[in-house]
Write a protein that binds this ligand. Structure first.
Ligand SMILES: Cc1ncc(COP(=O)(O)O)c(C=O)c1O
Length: 377
């Protein structure tokens, strides 16, 4: 007889993650009864609480109800999914788009569909867990290269010939805020005849004056060797995820992706909200505000141990877990919510505070946070 109590004790004894029940109210977050200014959300444009976005979602609930009731292959394939896919692909500059339940599902299903045990996957060491797990699930041979080190990537490509090879990278890196060199990755893909998967979950809606992300900014949208993935759960203020590519790539994925076929379709209300969010992003004002806030933060934080980042993700390297937890606690005491990010999310010895900026923050909010950061000592 298995002692299940002991089994679960063992699962939890090596990890001390805390799931804080926390309620958001715009820029504020209430944790254990304390109202804090939130610098920890990926809702970079504040669209998750935007009146027009919420109104669009509510109207859709009134019309279509809450859940979608089935997988897209059964009866959950609402026409709005197709409309959104068409619109989103056109905005991003790709031939086709496929919507999925979440970024985690998109990446796990995508790599599982694309690769098999004869495939070689070349993956940046700091890629998001969903890409790591997708690669594992595929059974492919995985080569991890040092973060952003494209010389190492090239030597791995030279040494490992195979009929099917895939380079996989985050666009904007989620815990570091720095960015992949998409142009060089695609040059390597041309030279070594591979395809490239870029996950620009954090670049979409935040990078470039139009918010089209790193790929759009580099003028590489629609490249024949490129698949772009991202989530609606961040700057688009909603939930769900997209994959962009050529029409034939997307059709192939539709036939093969288990996380599409065997999972309930996105609710229409979630998509209706995302559609409205996209319309607002296209107007450009919120992106301008976000870029202004990033510039203000960078100008006024010289002397802090910031990692090199020009994006809305601004990590402050502290080193040990204890230092990071202590700093996060001190910030809470003066009214700010900035989480400590620790291993295994980041490498050992690189625990940090991860500040995320939003278009919603006012310069005075950011100024007060900066003062608190300097006061950490
Ligand atoms: C780079 C990256 N990819 C994928 C995901 C997963 O997306 P989702 O939250 O929609 O599952 C995240 C974060 O959540 C992420 O940071």
């Amino acid at each position: 007889m298995v002692d299940t109590g002991n089994w679960f004790d063992v699962l939890s004894e090596t990890r001390q993650r805390k799931f804080l029940a926390s309620q958001r109210d715009g820029l504020w977050i209430e944790v254990h009864g304390q109202k804090l200014l939130n610098f920890a959300s990926n809702d970079y444009l504040g669209l998750s609480t935007h009146a027009q976005v919420c109104a669009a979602a509510k109207t859709a609930i009134d019309k279509h109800g809450l859940g979608s009731g089935a997988s897209r292959l059964v009866s959950g394939d609402d026409p709005l999914l197709h409309d959104f896919e068409r619109d989103f692909a056109a905005w991003k500059g790709f031939e086709a788009c496929l919507m999925l339940g979440s970024g985690m599902l998109a990446n796990m299903g995508l790599l599982q569909a694309l690769a098999d045990r004869h495939t070689h996957i070349f993956s940046d060491k700091l890629n998001h867990a969903s890409l790591v797990d997708g690669a594992r699930l595929s059974g492919a041979k995985v080569h991890r290269f040092s973060h952003l080190d494209l010389n190492i990537l090239e030597s791995q490509l030279q040494k490992n010939a195979a009929a099917k090879r895939i380079i996989v990278s985050d666009g904007v890196f989620s815990m570091d805020g720095d960015a992949a060199d998409v142009q060089t990755l695609l040059n390597l893909a041309e030279t070594y005849e591979t395809i490239v998967v870029i996950d620009d979950a954090h670049g979409t809606g935040t990078v470039g004056t139009d918010g089209k992300g790193l790929v759009g900014q580099a003028g590489l949208a629609g490249h024949g060797r490129l698949l772009e993935v991202g989530t609606l759960g961040k700057a688009l203020g909603s939930y769900g995820a997209y994959i962009l590519g050529s029409a034939s790539m997307i059709e192939g994925l539709k036939q093969r992706m288990r996380t599409l076929i065997y999972s309930t379709a996105l609710p229409v209300c979630v998509l209706a909200g995302a559609q409205e969010a996209l319309n607002i992003i296209k107007q450009g004002d919120l992106i301008k505000k976000l870029h202004h806030n990033i510039g203000f933060f960078l100008e006024n934080t010289q002397g802090l141990h910031l990692l090199p980042s020009q994006t809305a993700i601004q990590p402050i390297l502290l080193g040990s877990d204890i230092q990071a937890l202590h700093a996060a606690q001190k910030l809470r005491e003066v009214g700010f919510f900035v989480p400590a990010i620790r291993p295994p999310t980041v490498p050992q010895g690189q625990s940090r505070l991860r500040v995320t900026l939003s278009a919603q923050h006012q310069p005075q909010d950011i100024q007060r946070l900066i003062e608190a950061l300097f006061n950490l000592g």
